[in-house]
Write a protein that binds this ligand. Structure first.
Ligand code: 5GP
Length: 178
């Protein structure tokens, strides 16, 4: 269904049922692979808040979750800079980390963040992302748990925004060019 957000039109791209299916698939892999590891999930705000919440509800092993805020986007284009404004409040040394990200585009945000985390010497770092714009990735990073590979299109909904709006859409929508 078409949605107008501010000055732009968006059309449904991945519906709620498909998203739920992907969340369940990812959670069941993590539950199986991290049985005795007490992983620490680190969700990247703001975009991943709905994905992180839905995913974490399906995690049934002992674990913790924490949140960081990084930013690299304004409007529909990457500004290229990465800043951390809300830091971690738990020690990550010797922990098994699972980063929860909404979307990997150029990969710059995550590769910068991973380099920062590595300084604290966690035991392991794995990446869980709902969406990956493979064609747009200039900083390749291994995505261990992935919902969907998508073309290089701007998307909103399910936590993702357009200038702060549209995060509450249940389906993921893509920008309609005309
Ligand atoms: P990267 O550093 O990988 O280029 O950018 C990652 C961040 O940019 C994501 O966490 C997300 O916040 C934002 N981003 C990238 N592509 C999109 C998009 O299509 N829609 C929205 N709303 N945000 C995006």
């Amino acid at each position: 269904m078409d949605k107008k957000i501010l000055d732009k039109k968006f059309v449904t791209y991945i519906n709620e049922a498909k998203i739920t299916e992907a969340v369940f698939r990812i959670a069941s892999s993590i539950n199986a692979e991290y049985q005795d590891k007490m992983p620490l999930f680190i969700a990247i705000l703001n975009g991943s808040f709905i994905f992180a919440a839905d995913l974490y509800k399906q995690i049934n092993i002992p674990s913790q979750i924490n949140f960081v805020k990084l930013s690299s986007y304004s409007g529909t284009q990457s500004s290229g800079s990465v800043t951390t404004s809300i830091g971690l409040d738990v020690a990550i040394n010797a922990r098994d980390i699972i980063i929860i990200e909404d979307i990997v585009d150029t990969g710059k945000t995550l590769s910068t963040f991973i380099a920062e985390l590595k300084k604290e010497e966690p035991s392991s770092i794995r990446i869980c992302a709902l969406l990956h714009k493979q064609e747009a990735t200039t900083h390749p990073i291994p995505i261990d748990y992935l919902g969907f590979t998508i073309p290089d299109l701007f998307v909103v909904g399910y936590g993702l925004d357009y200038n702060g709006f549209g995060r509450n859409l249940k389906d993921i929508h893509q920008l309609k060019e005309s």
